[in-house]
Design a binder for this molecule. Structure first.
Ligand SMILES: [Fe+2]
Length: 469
């Protein structure tokens, strides 16, 4: 149970009574604040000589290898890597057990950030892949070759099972390493990661020391070279530092991490969509303009009606700053975007929204707050079976530490909250059911500390709340 003081008890009672008077649909039972007590230790970054940051041996060896989806359907993959000694080749050599070796040619880029100069950052898209096929690929041709593999997703369709991992605000601390290890060893094997923003936290270092972008790339390679991570931009990707002459936002992020935004008609890499198996994933940017008439608004306005739920029943939205957050960190930061877009999310029956930013875990009930306007005063979120579940998964483990301070009492719409590092999986079984599980780093790899059976909002829109009815 949530703890509360006398005055807040009275206030809470008034709210509850008013709520009952106003509407029986008002959610009155607060959710669960976990009693799990985490040993509080300082979260510190792994030192530069840590083995997870090791540079691969060999002349001009490719490092920081990472892949992401390269088109809207999952038949293309963007392969990216960095070479340091010299330019090297942009070629990716790839093959499957059923095809001969093929080559694809890409491009190279570099950037400067204050007194830092990047290595040669290669991006090569490989296209026309077969669905549901294991491909091997080689980069570093002509110098030190390194080989990796990935498995393409099954063909898009309504009953295609698929398991997504969910990681946010990862950083590169000892805790970040635990989170990644737990994700890798989770028996609920994630096939692709939905990453909700804040990657390296290099901007926490003097002059945004971009060496920490390189170390992050080497640290995460063990997962992201083998399965795609779907990227969302967070505030730690902005790298806006006019005090050192760096005035182009997102410079390191956009040079290092490419996404297939043009395939979904987007005009910027910060908002875009992909289909993967039975899911339609929309990525939004909390740090790009989203008001009426802006490019992101116009894109989302024409995007949502195009989602064909009989093809992709599961509609998932990723963003960095959460709309529903009951921690005393980043409180209300997502509010202006909520005001703009929440009516659409309810209208188009989004299944789930994943966000990060707050370094803790929280899951909401299905609620909406779309009745409000500036004169009617109706401003309490109400249960709404057309609304998404909102999940904050910003608990990757970065050096800023945990958000432990919560608003009290726990709001009625908050189903479960806990300040622990961890990750989650969203395991789609078919068009009607998906199993969601959150894992805290202190538990064994198979333990879910919070879980929920999701009922699809299009095919099975019945109450899937985990609270007592
Ligand atoms: Fe953030």
């Amino acid at each position: 149970m949530a703890k509360m003081g006398t005055s807040s008890r009275v206030a809470a009672a008034i709210v509850v009574v008013l709520g009952l008077v106003l509407s029986l649909a008002v959610v009155c039972n607060g959710g669960k604040t976990s009693s799990f007590v985490r040993k509080v230790e300082k979260t510190v970054d792994m030192p530069l000589d840590s083995d997870v940051f090791k540079v691969p041996p060999g002349y001009n060896a490719p490092q920081q290898v990472h892949i992401t989806q390269g088109d809207q359907l999952g038949k293309a993959v963007i392969v990216s890597w960095v070479t340091v000694e010299e330019l090297g080749s942009n070629t990716v050599l790839y093959w499957s057990a059923y095809s001969k070796k093929q080559k694809s040619e890409g491009k190279v880029t570099t950037y400067k950030f204050y007194n830092y100069t990047s290595g040669y950052i290669h991006h090569t898209t490989i296209r026309n892949l077969k669905f549901n096929t294991k491909y091997y690929y080689v980069v570093g041709i002509g110098h030190t070759e390194r080989q990796f593999w990935f498995i393409t997703p099954p063909e898009v369709g309504p009953d295609v099972p698929y398991t997504f991992g969910l990681i946010g605000d990862l950083g590169q601390s000892f805790d970040s390493n635990k989170t990644l290890t737990h994700y890798e060893l989770n028996p609920q094997k994630g096939q692709a990661v939905l990453f909700v923003g804040d990657l390296s936290y290099a901007d926490n270092y003097p002059n945004h020391d971009n060496v920490r972008w390189d170390t992050w790339g080497r640290f995460t390679e063990r997962s992201v070279a083998y399965q795609p991570w779907i990227w969302t931009a967070g505030n730690h990707e902005i790298d806006f530092a006019p005090e050192i002459g760096e005035t182009k936002p997102f410079k390191p992020y956009t040079h290092r991490y490419h996404v297939p935004y043009k395939a979904s008609g987007s005009t910027a890499p910060f908002w875009y969509s992909i289909k993967r198996a039975s899911a339609y994933i929309i990525v939004l940017s909390s740090y790009s303009a989203y008001g009426k008439y802006t490019p992101q608004y116009k894109w989302l306005e024409q995007e949502l009606p195009m989602v064909n739920r009989s093809e992709t029943p599961w509609l998932i939205v990723l963003m960095h700053s959460p709309w529903y957050n009951s921690y005393n960190y980043h409180y209300m930061e997502g509010e202006t975007m909520r005001v703009m877009y929440e009516p659409w999310f309810v209208q188009y029956k989004v299944d789930v929204v994943f966000a990060g930013h707050v370094h803790a875990y929280e899951r909401s009930e299905r609620i909406s707050n779309v009745a409000y306007n500036i004169v009617n005063g109706i401003c309490i979120p109400v249960k709404d079976q057309s609304a998404p579940v909102y999940i904050t998964i910003g608990d990757g483990g970065n050096l800023e530490g945990l958000a432990t301070n919560m608003t009290e009492p726990q709001p009625a719409y908050s189903a479960y909250r806990e300040a622990s590092f961890g990750h989650a999986t969203f395991d789609i079984k078919n068009r009607t059911h998906a199993y969601y599980g959150w894992h805290r780093n202190q538990d064994g790899y198979a333990v879910t500390a919070d879980s929920m059976w999701f009922f699809n909002r299009y095919y099975h829109p019945v109450d899937d709340s985990t609270s007592a009815q």
